[in-house]
Design a protein around this ligand. Sequence first.
Ligand SMILES: [Fe+2]
Length: 333
Amino acid sequence: MEDRIVRRSEMVPCRSAFIDTYTPGSHLKDNFSIIGPGVTENPEQVINISEPHGFNFGAAGQPPRIKNSLHSHFTSEVFLIHEGTFEIYWGLNGENHKIISEGDVVSIPTHCFRGFENVGDKYGFLFAILGGDDTGGVEWAPQVFEAAEEHGLVLLEDYGVWDTQKQPVPEGSKRIMPMSCKQAESYDNYTADEMEQRICRKDSLNPLEDHPLKHKKFGCIEFHRLIGTSDAMIPGGDGFELLLHKAVPGGGYNTHSRLEKEVLVSHSGSWKISWRDENNKGSFVLEPGDLVSIPNDIEKSIELVGNKNGSLFSIINSDKPALPVFGYTDGRR
Ligand SMILES: [Fe+2]
């Protein structure tokens, strides 16, 4: 289990993950690949847990005014704002925008150019979930390639991001070319109101009235389904469900297990996770920014400890997770 815990301090930033890494305004961004095969264009990027989970979980860290350039994905991309204030912008020229703050969640649809800028006055950090093990990668808006090339960077099929100012392009290597303007214009766009439907604001959440896990709750804890295929704030269907548990100290859930893998991420508060399988047991505390990937069929209980209110995200690797299982029946289910 120790190997499946990733502390915030163990997340390894990469400053040259993508083609826009030298472009002024995008050059100081940190990119983190934390769980899954990864989405980077730099083959040397560190991944904390490379085991496939059915989704990729990463993060972006950006100083004030630094941008993540306009790009699109083949599966939906969800941002969990952990620290700071960001403006997300979308459309071929990034002409639409919304401000999202700590604790907010947004799910950006496929086939739509999006970027985001830290508009706060401190380092901003957001987690990102991208559906699928093989996400199909990143599609950049054509102007991102043009700006990158002005600063010497091109994208090569076999080598990823290549700095032509350091070394000439290797013989026989194939450049990935920007898409045509006509193709780029065919990408989807959304009004600000439509995008707002895909944002969960931390102050306007509605806990689920009824869920089997509530039978195991103790103290004060709320269960929210932010993204899912039924009874969710934002429609899902990209291979994962996103839940949020909000508690006051002493709140939690007694022992249960799941048929799916579950990634728990502390957004705020100190969360104690106690676990047990056939041979081992243990417990640990997730502090804000820490996460754990819990394998299927592990019994666990969850409790908010310490003296601060807390929020815990849960990402389950299924569109339609089975109901949680409570304890063993004749040794096994
Ligand atoms: Fe992205």
